[in-house]
Design a protein around this ligand. Sequence first.
Ligand code: HPA
Length: 247
Amino acid sequence: MSTVDEKKIPTPHIEAGAGEIAETILLPGDPLRAKFIAEKFLADPKCFNEKRGMLGFTGEYRGKRISVMGTGMGCPSMGIYSYELINFYGCRNLIRVGTAGAMREDVHVRDLVFAMGSCTDSAYLTQFRLPGQFAPTADYTLLRTAVDAAEKRGANYHVGNVYCSDVFYGAAKPEIGVQWKDMGVLAVEMESAALYANAAYGGARALALMTISDSLVTGEATTAEEREKTFVEMMEVALETAAAVTD
Ligand code: HPA
C-alpha cells in the first residue's frame, strides 16, 4: 500500500496541479467521452488535462466534486493513468465506465455488467511478483452502491466475473470465448484487471461497470442510438454511485 506523493506532480502523463482532480473519478476509455460526460452531466466543468489528448475534467454532481478522465485502451494505458491518479493525485474512488462484449447467451446487448471480479491474460499483474495468482476484485462498497442504483432504475444488469483481455481481435476468437464462458465469465473488456490491481496496491477503491455493446456469442451489436441510451443509463448509475461515496 503506497502513500500519496504530490511531489511527483505534474506527472509524465497528467499536467494537472495539486488539488485539481477530485477524490472520485469516472474513467471512460475514450477522452472525447470524458469531455461529453463533463459537459452533459457535471456543473461548472474545468479541464485539467490535455496531455496526449487524454482529456480530464473536474466539476460538480449533486454538490459533490467529481472528475472524469479518459484512460485509453488496454491494461498498460489504464495502468499508467490509474497509478498516477491514485499515487500522485490522491484519487480514492475510481469508476471505469466502458463497453464490453457479451460471452454468454444470457448477457444481451444494452445490459449493464458490474465486474465483481476480473480474470485476465494480461502480463500487467506479474509486476507485483506475487507467489501465486492475484484475484482482481471490485471494491464492495462501490459495487453494492452501484448495483443498488441499477436495481432502483429497473436496469437489466449482471454482476460477476469479466475477462480482461490484452487483445481485441484475438479475444473474438470463438474457442477462447468458450473457455472463459465455461468458467461463467460474463463479458470481455480490456482494462478492469489493471484498475483493480492498482487500486489494491494503492489502497484505493475501484469498480468497473460496462454496457454490453456487442455479443461474441450471438453476433448481436448495438446501433449508435441504442449505445447512446444505454450509455446514459450507465452514467446515471455511475454518477449516483460517485456522489454517494464522496464526502
Ligand atoms: N473485446 C474486448 N473489449 C471489448 C469488446 C470485445 O469484443 N467489446 C467491447 N469491448
